[in-house]
Every structure is written in C-alpha cells, then in structure tokens.
Write a protein that binds this ligand. Structure first.
Ligand code: SF4
Ligand code: SF4
Length: 366
C-alpha cells in the first residue's frame, strides 16, 4: 500500500486550488473552519508563498462539504488532508491531544479485543468496527444474527479500520496497520467485507485492494427484517460525511428510514449537503468549539425532529444536543429506540460488550 510523496501532492493540490478558486465563498459560507481561516485560495496562496499554514488543517473536520458545493470541483478535502500529512511528516504536530483516541483504536485491534473468524467455504465477513458493537450491543447482535441467516457461512472480524490514524495524517503508520489487517483478511480467503460504519466503508473502499466492499444496508435491502411494529413521527436523515458523495447509499438509507414508519422530511441540507456532526477529523480534541459549532448546525437543521443517521459516531456526538438515533437500532428495535429504552452503554461498559460479542462469536462461528 503506497501513497505519493505528500509534499509533491500538497504542492500540486495547492497550485490547483490557487489557480482554480474564484473566491465565490460558497464553501466558506457553510464552514466554520473556513469562516475563521479564509478562502481555500487564501490558504493555498499562503502555503505556496510562505510554506506556512499546514497545522491549521487540523482544525478542518475533513467532512468534504466544501468539495461538494464548490462550483469549480476543487479537491479541497484532499488538500487539507495533504496539509495534515505534510505537517505530520515534518514532525510539527504533537499527538498528545489525540492520545486517548489513538489508544482506543490500537486497543480495538489488540489481541484481546480482535477476532478473525471465517467458516470453511465462506468468503465474506462482517466488519462492525469499534463503536457500533460497544454502544449498540443489542443491535449488533441482532444484525449479526440476521446477516448469518442471509449468508450462512458469513464470518466475523472484530478489529479497527484505523481511520483516526489516517485522518490525522499519519499515513505511514496507517499503511502498516491497515496493511497488516488486509494481509490477514487475504490469508483467510476473505473476498468481501460487509461494513456497518461509514468510516470503515470509506477506508476499505479506498485501501481494500481487490476486496469487494458492501454495506450491511445492501444486505438489509435484499433481505428485509420482518417487523411487527412500526414507529411514527417526522425525522431528518443525517448523512455521515463518508457517504456524502454516494447517492446510492443515501437513497437506500432514506428508503429504510421510510420503511420504519418515520417520515423523513426534506430539508435544504439533505443528502450530500448534510453538515458534519462535528466529530470528523478529531477536531473536537483540538478545537471543541469548532466541533460544537458543526453539531449546532446539525441540531438547527433537525429543528426538534428526530435525527436518524447510520453512523454510531454521529449518534454519540449529536445525542448531547438532539434526539439522535441509529438507523440500525430503528430497524431491529423500533419501539425501544423511539421510547429511549434501548441501552446505550458508555465508557468501560462498551469494552465489555465488545468482548461479549467476541466470546459469543468464538462459541458460534466456526
Ligand atoms: S472539509 Fe469540511 S471542515 Fe474542512 S474546509 Fe471543507 S467544509 Fe470545512
Ligand atoms: S466554493 Fe470553490 S471556488 Fe468558491 S471559494 Fe470555495 S474553493 Fe473557491
């Protein structure tokens, strides 16, 4: 797994933005980070003329909303990620603020927490990621049981996709860690990975070599869950940033929300225009007020309605400010999700639930 030399990438991206940006401010109007730091052209010019400004990219949530709205189609998210990589490679960035999150990632991939199981004859594994099994344990169990009914020789892999490391610009470290995960999957004979987390989906799609990557929503669309209870009420659908450019997934998710009985109302910030929940790029660890400002946008958009999203991280981040629920909770436990009685563990309990899932899988997936 290789990536082009970051400094060369960065100069090319900066030149492209310097020459292409018309300073129309469509991106700046929607973004807390750009409102504070200036237009992409100003940032690119500053870098090209003085070589400075790379550290500022750690205040960008890498949400991609700017790239979506830019009429010139400029690769803005790629530019800010390249700035992060260059700053990291230059040794200018302390990882101290990110230590707990990086430890969380590493622990998720540790021998204690991880699991690699694929029944004989199988070639597909479910990769639930870190947050869903910890914070939504009942749903993860129900989802796994449903998926195994649909795909009898389905395997399970419990580990981490290392998106935090990736987005912090620690590309070499990411390449080593994710590369080791890929090698192991290939050695097991895995050809298809089913993801539930949008971040895992993004990482496997970009770096998964010849692996086929599907979301569990594809399987659920082909094999719907039979429900005897439907819920009622209006909702807004919050698109997680990694799905921003994927109209197919957005449509699939909207249909699934409708199928639960909720009425997903149209807003001016639907689909690709959903604001970041605030958690992206670990910005909240450096500039909590910027992350909170993003979250506040998402809450204003909801305007008192239930926020339905397909990302456990978004649910966790938005729950402090709005009534946010995970689509998979709604699918498998509609009544308990809407009544707020479905357990949402936090802290140490999340690790216990992840271990419990591992122990059950050790007994049942052979
Ligand atoms: S990626 Fe998101 S946070 Fe970063 S500049 Fe673009 S819109 Fe702003
Ligand atoms: S939307 Fe595009 S052209 Fe307009 S200011 Fe932003 S980067 Fe420049």
């Amino acid at each position: 797994m290789t990536h082009a030399a970051p400094t060369k990438d960065l100069h090319e991206l900066a030149r492209r933005i310097s020459e292409g940006c018309t300073e129309c401010r469509a991106c700046q109007f929607r973004c807390e980070f750009l409102s504070e730091h200036g237009t992409p052209k100003a940032l690119a010019d500053r870098f090209l003329t003085t070589g400075t400004g790379r550290a500022a990219a750690f205040e960008c949530s890498l949400c991609g909303l700017c790239s979506t709205v830019c009429p010139m189609g400029l690769p803005l998210k790629a530019f800010f990620l390249a700035m992060r990589r260059a700053a990291m490679d230059a040794g200018r960035i302390s990882l101290v603020p990110y230590r707990a999150r990086l430890d969380y990632e590493r622990f998720g991939a540790s021998r204690l927490m991880s699991l690699f199981r694929l029944p004989a004859g199988g070639d597909t594994v479910f990769f639930p990621g870190c947050t869903l099994p910890g914070r939504h344990p009942d749903t993860t169990r129900a989802l796994l049981a449903h998926l195994r009914n649909c795909i009898p020789d389905l395997g399970l892999v419990l580990s981490c996709c290392f998106k935090t490391t990736h987005d912090l610009g620690c590309q070499d470290r990411f390449d080593v860690r994710f590369g080791a995960l890929l090698d192991r999957l290939h050695a097991m004979g895995v050809t298809t990975v089913l993801t539930a987390c949008p971040n895992c989906f993004a990482v496997f799609t970009e770096y998964g070599r010849e692996l086929t990557v599907r979301t569990v929503f594809d399987v659920l669309a082909e094999h719907p869950v039979t429900r005897d209870a439907h819920v009622r009420g209006s909702a807004v659908v919050h698109t997680p940033c990694p799905y921003r450019g994927d109209a197919h997934i957005q449509e699939r998710i909207r249909l699934m929300v409708e199928d639960t009985g909720l009425d997903p109302e149209k807003t001016r910030q639907d689909g690709p225009l959903s604001p970041c929940c605030g958690e992206g790029g670990s910005v909240g660890l450096l500039r909590p007020e910027l992350a909170a400002a993003w979250g506040a946008k998402a809450v204003r958009r909801a305007d008192g309605r239930v926020v339905v999203t397909s990302c456990a991280g978004c649910v966790a981040f938005l729950s402090g400010h709005a009534r946010a629920v995970h689509l998979l909770d709604l699918v498998f436990h509609p009544a308990r999700t809407m009544s707020g009685t479905l357990p949402r563990p936090k802290g140490l309990a999340t690790y216990l639930h992840r271990l419990r899932l591992k122990w059950r899988a050790l007994a049942h997936i052979r």
